[in-house]
Write a protein that binds this ligand. Sequence first.
Ligand SMILES: *Cc1c(COP(=O)(O)O)cnc(C)c1O
Length: 411
Amino acid sequence: MTLRFNGNFTQQLPIPEKGIQRAVEVMRSGRLHRYNVVDGEVPETVRLEQEFATYLGVDYCLACASGGYALQLALRAIGLMANEAVLTNGFTLSPVPGAIVAAGGRPVLVEIDENLVIDLEDLKRKSEASRSRLLLLSHMRGHIVDMDELMRVCDTAGIKVIEDCAHTMGAHWNDRPSGTHGFAACFSAQTYKHINSGEGGFITSMDAEFMARATLLSGSYMLYARHESVPESKVFESMRLHTPNCSGRMDNLRAAILRPQLAMLGDSVALWNERYRVLHRVLDCSTSLRLYERSEKEHFVGSSIQFVAGALSSERVGPFIEHCLERGVELKWFGDPVPLAYTSRYDSWQYIKAQSLPRTDAILSRLFDLRIPLTFSIADCELIGSIIVECLNNILRQQTSGPKRTAAPDG
Ligand SMILES: *Cc1c(COP(=O)(O)O)cnc(C)c1O
């Protein structure tokens, strides 16, 4: 019997009951706006910010409308100037270059290396050539570069680092939470990330001036004193009338949904990693697949898994993906020249200056990606892994025996 998976690759877990109850209470109160409070009330948004700051071990936290908005705001708050160069890795998702462009900057793309993280040699080269003073570092698909080494490079070059932690909420490098190595960090609470309010984001930092400016920019209507996780009011004095309002706040409804999810993030990480390890073990049985070995210092969140199918000829990539899909397994291929859903490639961002990253191209050309929603059981992961291995073997067998004469050529 042919193996088939009948589950859904984009189905998330329900919102915890506690979050639903709290959200209903917020709706009953009618006070959804974060600054709409009655005497003595601490709104959900403020509580969430406090809890997130405590969780990360940072002084300041601002909740906002989305992860992409957090990135834009961080760039503005750091003082990005019009058309200024911002370094970023060439392997990331479209909200990253989008945020740089929205904030008025100019993305300078840096190569990745065999471990899917930013290539530090290319970072040095590009930082010298561009004289950039900013790096928007995307921990893409949860792969964390050697942060100690990266910070040495950036400190030497006088580069400030904003970490994009959309895929590393709950992860650590060298026993420090991801998002606490650079100058500031941005997180996402969008449905496909590690906590889910549909849309949502956070900015965190230890820098008072930066956080005051970010808070004003987010649209604080001069009510910043109603925050708990931002600097004291006197830090705002010199900038409050000179900082534009770019509304993008979080509301109490979303915060209510997120708070119990944040409280159980550690448990979710354990569930993700359990599933990741099962998939890793099954896929690793195939000699035709290469998986990523992670550094001992990297405590990642296995909410997705990547693998390389090096033996697959380029004409066979399409049939391999189709074959998996016929059996219910949705693979993403990062080498696809046409950006489908999340398989965004840097050369499809045609609103930025064309740049050439041959090393990144070569790596992405055989890179596959699989999401691991927590609605998958352990048995689901076993099954999905087996299907991928079987499909790859079938395709490779066809590849060695050559295409049938009568078959139309693969595109
Ligand atoms: C999802 C994501 C973001 C931010 O996304 P939003 O949808 O705006 O919350 C930023 N960077 C990466 C790498 C992402 O995957």
